[in-house]
Design a protein around this ligand. Sequence first.
Ligand code: GSH
Length: 360
Amino acid sequence: MRVAKVALVLCCCSSAAALVAVPSHRPAATRHRATISMAEGDSRGGLRLLEWVPSQKLLVKTARFAWSTIWRIMISELAPQSPEGDYVRPAPQLGSAASWPAELPAVGGRYHVYLGNACPWCHRVGLTLALRGLLGGVSVTRMDDDPERASRGGWCFSADAPDPLCGANDLREVYDRCTPGGAYTGRCTAPLLVDLQTGEIISNESGDIVRMLNQLDLDLPEGGGERAVDLYPAELRAAVDATNAWVYEAVNNGVYRCGFATTQAAYERAEGDVHEGLARCEALLGASRFLCGDVVTEADVRLLPTICRFDGVYASFFRCGRRQIRSDYPQVWSCPTPQTHAHPKLQIHPWSHLTRAPTD
Ligand SMILES: N[C@@H](CCC(=O)N[C@@H](CS)C(=O)NCC(=O)O)C(=O)O
């Protein structure tokens, strides 16, 4: 039906355009003939699908079948599914232990992270670098998201932010370069933390990277008091771990489970979890300044990237906008850094390359 509706709208628009296009200085009779001939001319444009196809029903069904088949193939590779249609995020591939490797010295300029602006998992790493005062000691490359330029995944380098490790064109080349044998076979995800001296990958799991960076103490001249921020203080570790677990399941990954669900039941499960999780955050942030009390922790750093993309992106694109942060979760909206909410750059569709799921 949707295709038919679009066709109808297009037909209406082109007829209207034909009428508007009639020059007004002509005599009335000429004007009438010109109107008819322009309208006829317009109707003969394009493939004239609606004229020669034997059945509109067949056309709509064929278009819907082709569209949803292509979408299903694409989504099954991008977003693996359970038999029930739930999105199952791939397990971390190069996730390390969540502690800074003892053999790697705390040396400024030696470690590098690859980040993509659109990516919430990268955003948590960027926030950690800032909160830990590490931006002067751990270098960062911000990549472009362009699946047509990248040979696998979407991340590639631009002329003004080239790859410092090997001058790669895209992140896949970096993964290859850092893999013994030179051929990495998994997903080329960001964020990625590497050792520039050995050319080895330290981790490509954002949660691990956040925790590792929390342990990295670089002796930087400009570190200042910022370095005093401990995102995983000993007395709050149990609370932070517990909060991370449900925030990830319900909120961080919950929005993806909504957007990538391929059955109605799976979508409803995910959508329910998202709003249950947000309601839980709302209650906690009403009672204390941050999720685990009065100090900022990893838990807040992991929540924020999802929150500030929620109204602009996930609500509509992943279809979890039954309630929105700005209007329905005031404590979440005002805490902890309201200025990052609805930042214009975060309103830009991070997945503009993807097409929406067909809704049949
Ligand atoms: N487990 C990873 C997931 C990161 C992730 O999914 N990153 C996305 C960008 S938002 C990515 O790079 N995807 C590319 C791909 O899967 O090919 C983490 O948390 O670090």
